[in-house]
Ligand binder design. Structure first.
Ligand code: AMP
Length: 418
């Protein structure tokens, strides 16, 4: 009978192997450290949500309209794998009663997100984000705070050369009038626009500004800029955020084409790019204010601001920059029984685990083969156990760096290797 083909990983997803994880964990740990320094607490929300939660808040984004992992569960519920975390975090903020606690709620989250994107280098269907959200306040200080936090995180993982792009997209008060101006400007150009842009002209004109079509770039340059049409409150907020960034010595570029095509996004939007990268390069972290999101989800109107950083891309860049992270062998000690001594070897290992990570070689190989395996593993010590040693509850301990060997009683081992 022919052997069936081995079943491989799903297209667009990947394994993170032990050799990749030290760098990965370093990036996460830096996020945890920085978030805690700013007084943020961890939250974990499910990767499955009601599809409606995701759809209601993201209908006109690619992540939702084209890329949503949607399915019906066995109970007939219409569910989705989250394409981003903010919708779920805001839901949890209300459901978990965080809205009753001290405000704002400062939260961070690590976890996988899912988008049915075209897989390519740095772009996966299951990817991981570091999310930071400050919910329950509209203070400009928090916009600047999450920007600073994002920048500190990227610096902390060794990415020093960054470009920060910043814009304000107003709010429900000033944006409608601006959008009218934008439509008026674009209408005479309609026949010269691409198909997607033509469709966006009436439905979601803000997205005309993030068009990547080369021939539309000149149109964008002459288009009215939203920062010139902010209401007094939004203009004051925009000035306050910039003042705070200036005071912190944070450099940024105002990018009038940096937009979010959803109504609940308000005021500040920002993106961090690797330094030097231009054009269609993917952002390392992006975020902004979403004062209309809670209401869009059906909760009381509540402001919030945050960002999402991409761990896949950040760790790719760390690796490319040759970032060194301390790695340890999986076990410091390898117990090598010479013969049928599994019970005794397990007992010695158990004693030693009080002080060190310990592995046991249970294979029935020659002692020489086991020593070669120990070398490969990189264990610092090998504890050799012969039938004669085992009877006397003794063992030979070998320092793999110096080659020195001595005999010890089992009970002496933990103190010797502590
Ligand atoms: P977004 O939620 O689209 O603003 O993305 C936030 C961050 O997540 C981006 O800056 C990327 O670093 C990362 N990201 C988004 N989509 C993907 C993907 N398909 N694969 C890997 N990382 C992604």
């Amino acid at each position: 009978m022919p052997r069936s083909e081995p079943i491989k990983a799903v297209r667009g997803v990947r394994d993170l192997l032990p050799s990749q994880l030290p760098l990965w964990r370093a990036a996460e740990q830096a996020g945890v450290d920085v978030a805690r320094q700013f007084g943020y607490e961890e939250i974990i929300t499910p990767i499955v949500e009601h599809a409606e939660l995701i759809e209601r808040v993201g209908e006109d984004t690619d992540a939702v309209s084209k890329e949503l992992y949607r399915f019906t569960d066995r109970g007939g519920r219409n569910l989705a794998l989250r394409p981003e975390a903010t919708a779920g975090v805001v839901r949890a903020y209300f459901e978990g009663g965080l809205n009753q606690g001290p405000q704002p709620s400062r939260l961070y989250l690590f976890g996988p997100m899912f988008r049915y994107d075209r897989p390519q280098k740095g772009r996966y269907r299951q990817f991981y984000q570091f999310n930071v959200e400050a919910i329950g306040s509209s203070a400009a200080g928090l916009d600047a705070e999450v920007i600073e936090l994002a920048g500190d995180w990227l610096n902390e993982v060794g990415l020093q050369q960054l470009r920060l792009e910043l814009n304000s997209i107003g709010d429900g008060k000033c944006r409608p009038a601006y959008l009218e101006r934008l439509k008026e400007y674009y209408r005479p150009l309609k026949t010269q626009l691409g198909v997607d842009s033509q469709a966006r002209l009436e439905r979601n004109p803000l997205r005309l500004l993030d068009s990547k079509l080369p021939h539309e770039q000149a149109f964008k340059e002459r288009a009215p800029k939203i920062v010139d049409h902010l209401c007094d409150e939004c203009a004051a907020h925009w000035a306050a955020v910039r003042r705070l960034l200036d005071a912190a010595g944070t450099e940024y570029q105002i990018n009038p084409y940096l937009v979010r095509g959803l109504d609940y996004y308000t005021r500040t939007v920002f993106e961090f790019y690797p330094g030097g990268a231009t054009g269609q390069q993917d952002a390392l972290a992006s975020g902004g204010r979403y004062d209309g999101l809670a209401e869009a989800e059906g909760w009381p109107s509540t402001p919030g601001v945050g960002f999402a950083g991409g761990l896949d891309r950040v760790t790719d860049l760390m690796a490319a920059a040759g970032t060194e992270v301390a790695t340890r062998p999986p076990a410091d000690v390898l117990v090598l029984p010479d013969g049928d001594l599994a019970v005794e070897a397990a007992e010695v290992a158990r004693l030693l685990r009080a002080v060190r990570p310990v592995a046991v070689d249970y294979e029935s190989k020659s002692l020489a083969a086991k020593m070669r395996a120990a070398n490969k593993l990189g264990a610092k010590w090998v504890v050799l156990l012969t039938p004669d040693d085992a009877k006397r509850h003794a063992a030979q301990i070998r320092d793999m760096t110096t080659g020195e060997q001595e005999e010890l009683a089992w009970t002496e081992l933990p103190t010797r290797l502590a």
